[in-house]
Design a protein. Structure first.
Length: 103
């Protein structure tokens, strides 16, 4: 491969990661905004997934379809954002029934 082709491939890959990360952040922000009371009660009971399963499952399904199924090496940014933002860096707050990161 020549340098311009390698450069273009690198930019394409970086854009894919950036788009996936933004998607995850927006979805989690929407959950926080539109389901604030469920987020609060989920944190209090240490079971965010139990309180927000339909919203989290919808976001996981959309992320999987858009970014994970094409097998383009994108990590599960949605899981990372759920832990970082909703669970405030404490994955235990997601609860015992949370299925974990998507492969």
């Amino acid at each position: 491969m020549d340098v311009p082709t390698l450069y273009a491939a690198g930019i394409t890959r970086a854009l894919a990661h950036s788009t996936a990360l933004r998607f995850a952040r927006v979805r989690v922000a929407e959950i926080q905004l539109y389901q604030a009371s469920e987020v609060k009660s989920g944190r209090a009971t240490r079971d965010l997934y139990g309180a927000l399963a339909p919203a989290i499952d919808a976001a996981r399904g959309a992320f999987r379809e858009r970014f994970l199924l094409p097998l383009n090496g994108i990590p599960d940014y949605l899981h990372q954002e759920l832990v970082k933002t909703l669970a405030k860096e404490d994955a235990v707050l997601l609860g015992p029934s949370y299925p974990g990161p998507q492969a």
